[in-house]
Design a protein around this ligand. Structure first.
Ligand SMILES: Nc1ncnc2c1ncn2[C@@H]1O[C@H](COP(=O)(O)OP(=O)(O)OP(=O)(O)O)[C@@H](O)[C@H]1O
Length: 401
């Protein structure tokens, strides 16, 4: 399995818990106090039927509520995203105070595309750095987080200049967070893991199998190798990337003008250009209308605020051009990543979504953009080489070229 959900996730959580127990007191960093319960909640139930197990779970995780009866607990569905089931659970405490939380039930089989241990570690450090919802508890098949009072962005919000500038600024901050452990970029490891699994599927459904059989995995593999080589020559900075910055993962509190980046399920060390290119692909919205991809001016606006949030007008043309090329090439990798992801989901996910159709949307868009982006990347590389040679020959400082 690409990402087996083994006991290690539990060990990770249990270790965090043990560290706290051993200390015998609440550490200063309250993020270290992550209660853990081995209880699970049945994903397939309707919310009213789920309520008793949600109440049991809350009481197990948060002992201060153990004496409250069931009438103090309220549960409603927030969303059935295409990966998990998200619930809002509210608790009326004895003093009348209401506490709101989200309970996220991992979608069945999501361990094939999501590394939960990596996610928990990321949440821990990102939340300490002020990103996303606070992690309140971890349980057998999900996690409890603080409820964010904000509206979720829509795809068309992403290109609003003021919002785009804020997203760029926050993403730049996000990319500066240091997550302990290996800093090896995971993009190509993940893509090739996806490829191995995605290229060896069989579908019971005859129509699906027929469609699946039209895919040439030899061709996909060749594309992966070529793109890996091209992007590798760009020397893109490696950062802790969100990797799934779609509008649904951005929330805005209009009154406080506070933007929240949420949902770190796919977060990993990866290339800066991938995170930005992947975000630009999300301008296309849920209908995948790629004519909505940001134009060069919109991209440069984003880059200015990403590269120098405090002095966006001071960013050099050279830096803008370099990031434009980097983003355009990695934008292709984003299409291949989600295309292969969709094939695995088509087989594994119980959610009724046309994942196979989604593969073709992403792969066809990859093919439509490929030649333009490859020639952009290659001419940029050869121009930098020429610049390098001229600089060496005439003794010019290369940074001015
Ligand atoms: N902590 C939170 N507080 C309030 N609302 C939230 C919170 N987390 C998520 N949401 C809402 O729920 C929606 C889905 O959440 P999330 O992206 O975590 O689920 P998901 O199953 O991973 O979705 P997808 O796979 O489609 O990205 C978000 O777009 C947001 O509207």
């Amino acid at each position: 399995d690409p990402f087996p959900l083994s006991a290690s996730v539990l060990t990770f959580s249990a270790n965090v818990l043990n560290a706290m127990d051993v200390a015998g007191e609440a550490p200063n960093n309250c993020n270290l106090q992550i209660p853990f319960s081995s209880l699970t909640v049945d994903h397939s139930l309707r919310v009213p039927e789920m309520k008793p197990s949600l109440v049991r779970l809350c009481k197990d995780l948060f002992h201060k509520w153990s004496n409250l009866d069931e009438s103090h607990f309220f549960a409603e569905r927030v969303s059935g995203g295409i990966t998990n089931l998200l619930l809002k659970v509210s608790v009326k405490e004895h003093n009348g105070n209401m506490v709101h939380m989200t309970v996220r039930l991992y979608g069945p089989n999501t361990e094939y595309v999501i590394n939960r241990e990596r996610e928990l570690q990321a949440i821990h450090y990102l939340s300490a750095a002020g990103f996303g919802a606070k992690l309140l508890g971890v349980f057998g098949n999900g996690m409890v987080q603080s409820f964010i009072h904000a509206r979720t962005l829509e795809p068309l919000d992403l290109r609003k200049p003021k919002l785009a500038a804020e997203i760029a600024k926050q993403l730049s901050r996000f990319h500066q967070v240091e997550i302990p452990g290996s800093k090896e970029p995971q993009l190509w490891n993940d893509i090739f893991k996806f490829f191995e699994r995605a290229s060896n599927l069989t579908f019971d459904d005859h129509e699906k199998q027929k469609k699946y059989k039209t895919i040439s995995f030899k061709e996909v593999h060749t594309e992966l190798i070529k793109l890996k080589e091209l992007t590798g020559s760009l020397n893109a900075p490696v950062v802790f990337a969100h990797n799934d910055l779609l509008s649904g993962n951005l929330m805005l509190n209009d009154d406080e003008e506070k933007l929240y980046i949420i949902d770190f399920e796919y977060g990993s060390y990866s290339y800066r250009g991938f995170d930005i290119g992947n975000h630009f692909n999300e301008y296309a919205g849920y209908d995948c209308d790629y004519t909505l991809y940001p134009n060069k001016d919109e991209q440069f606006h984003f880059f200015r605020h990403y590269l120098q949030p405090e002095r966006p007008d001071k960013v050099s043309e050279k830096d803008l051009k370099a990031l434009y090329v980097e983003t355009s090439c990695y934008m292709l990798a984003s299409h291949l990543y989600w295309a292969l992801w969709a094939l695995i989901q088509a087989k594994m996910s119980p959610i009724d979504f046309d994942y196979l159709g989604y593969f073709f949307l992403r792969y066809n868009e990859y093919k439509r953009q490929r030649d333009m982006c490859f020639s952009l990347g290659k001419s940029y590389l050869s121009a930098s080489k020429t610049g390098h040679c001229i600089a060496l020959c005439v003794g010019v400082d290369q940074s001015v070229l």
